[in-house]
Write a protein that binds this ligand. Sequence first.
Ligand code: RNT
Ligand code: ZN
Length: 418
Amino acid sequence: MTEKERYASAREIYAKAGVDTDAAIAKLKEVPVSLHCWQGDDVTGFDHDGPLTGGIQTTGNYPGKARTPQELMQDIEQVIRLAPGKKKLNLHASYAVFEKGESADRDKIEPKHFAAWAEFAKAHHMGIDFNPTFFSHDRIKDGLTLSSPDEETRRFWINHGKACIRISEYFAKETGMPCVMNIWTGDGAKDIPADRLGPRERYKAAIEEIISQPHDPKLVKPCVESKVFGIGVESYTTGSSEFALSFAASHEGCLPLMDNGHYHPTEMVSDKIPALLAFFPEIALHITRPVRWDSDHVVLFDDETKEMAKEIVRNHALERVYMALDYFDASINRICAWTVGFRSWQKALLSAMLTPHEQLKKLQDEAKWTELMVRQEEMKMLPFGDVWNEYCIQCGTSEDGWFAEALRYEKEVLAKRG
Ligand code: RNT
Ligand code: ZN
């Protein structure tokens, strides 16, 4: 059978199950997913020479890491070619691009330091999401930024956050798409604290100050990302889940951001998505693959990834949930890591769009749990691969060709980097 014939057959099989595959393919092409720039250089950035701090860690030393903005952009272009679907670009403040001889500390960065990224995004019809960088910097005092008891330290980081709101608005205006601006800090304590409330009160006031920076709420979407613990910050996290959720719930225009690596291993973000959708007009996600901890492995087409996509699609929430990838693996070819993760989330979304949710919900409401189980198991055996392949072809990429192309790029480009 040719690919066309296989798709025609799959289309019929899905139609019998009540699913329109053409409609699903057309819909998925319009859904933006944020591609994180930091997979390309192990979260190093361009504005400092120091180590990665903040309780996060990359492991591995695979050759070919991007060392300059030009190399990083070249690599992102390669990923854009290899992965189907609509992309948005996710940047960190530490990726500012300075002219020769120019520099600005994080509290002083301006839109002009990101003009190269705005041009890059526009050339690829991408919107941009943005993140102030509260890690890997010498103004972090005793592991703390926005929750530091030191007024000057706090002030520096608040000013950084405000500068980032201005830059986010610039990105939104340049690209014509809203900019999701995510606030995450590694603030916390390695050992048992004597004061858990004080840092949280300071953190709360600091984020309030940051978001008081005037901005158009349609253009800039500030988020707070929670976390359970980080490396060297095991006993206490200022921005815990309850903190971030309560903050977002009590501050209009501020979104909660859930990273699925930031919970205890048996907690499922798929279940948390509908819980938040019952209260928040919009939420944001960081999609990753935690292996025993927040290890940030490459996202795969695995059960929890599928379940998260289902919760977005079946609740008609594609326009309410800002989806961004967030992982960093330095132990394998970085282009492949990026591509597999992006493709996996695309697969999860497509698979969710190829599920007859209304029929299944009806079975649940009628308490037909036996039939629901049987139908859900049947869905797993439908020829998903043929529809995915058709989607890839329509997007100008392919399932069996991308890896060879990635290897060519490794040989011709990455291997030549020192
Ligand atoms: C860290 C958070 C955070 C970072 C990025 C680089 O645990 O997940 O989102 O991964 O901002
Ligand atoms: Zn994250």
